[in-house]
Design a protein around this ligand. Sequence first.
Ligand SMILES: Nc1ncnc2c1ncn2[C@@H]1O[C@H](COP(=O)(O)OP(=O)(O)OP(=O)(O)O)[C@@H](O)[C@H]1O
Ligand SMILES: [Mg+2]
Length: 260
Amino acid sequence: MGEALSDGRILLSLDHISKSYRGRGGYRVQALDDVSLDVAKGATTAIVGESGSGKSTLSRIALRIEHEDSGDVRFHGERLAYSRGRGVAGKVQAVFQDPYGSLNPRFTIRRSMLEPLHVIGVDGDEAERRIRDALSFVKLPQDSLDRYPDQFSGGQRQRICIARAIAPDPELIVLDEPTSALDVIVQAEIINLLLRLQQERGVAYLYISHDLATVRHIADAIAVMHSGRIVEQGDATTIIDDPQEAYTRQLLNSIPDIRL
Ligand SMILES: Nc1ncnc2c1ncn2[C@@H]1O[C@H](COP(=O)(O)OP(=O)(O)OP(=O)(O)O)[C@@H](O)[C@H]1O
Ligand SMILES: [Mg+2]
């Protein structure tokens, strides 16, 4: 286990979260089984683990778009009720794996980017200023605003999704496999963009990935999930250089160059 965070450093805390789904044939799938995890202010906590281990379920619960069966989600120490993602009023944003699916193809980029600002009551000139600022941060031209998603590459679309996420000035961005659909060069560009964003604006990330190679570049802390449980968690270098659990070692060994 890593060093426990002092309360003042904790931004998001997931406390004893359990969640099951009714699977096919009526039996229950225990997607999360008593998972506890903290995200520190301005830092990155990564969740790694094989497909089906519960990473996305945990991220949806953190975003308050999915109900837990039991447990608490706290933001700045305050318990967050389930509220279709609106309870934290722009302070928590999300970027998902599929930049094609997460932008409505019938909406201009402007309309897609204005939506989360509208939710927090930012409209008019201030909203326009915010989306223009976010777009220049991700290094896309301002005339992108009047265009449609299919006029952009996958990497550019993911930049747009990041710009949309930063416009409300969040304290936390939940990133669920944000680079998995992209080629290696574009992956590196997105990771560098995320690092720059964190350095300049102090935003924290809950970063979900099964790709330990990118995790190594971005994470301060790592939680390793397997079958709905956290098998090991701690600071990133310790988990990568000195894993204690057989499952973590197995995961690391599946990527030969992880320790380079
Ligand atoms: N809406 C749902 N209904 C039923 N079962 C679900 C639902 N969502 C997730 N599950 C099940 O819960 C478990 C965890 O799924 P989850 O999507 O959280 O895994 P994951 O770690 O994100 O996997 P991946 O790496 O493939 O994205 C899996 O067994 C999955 O089939
Ligand atoms: Mg997933």
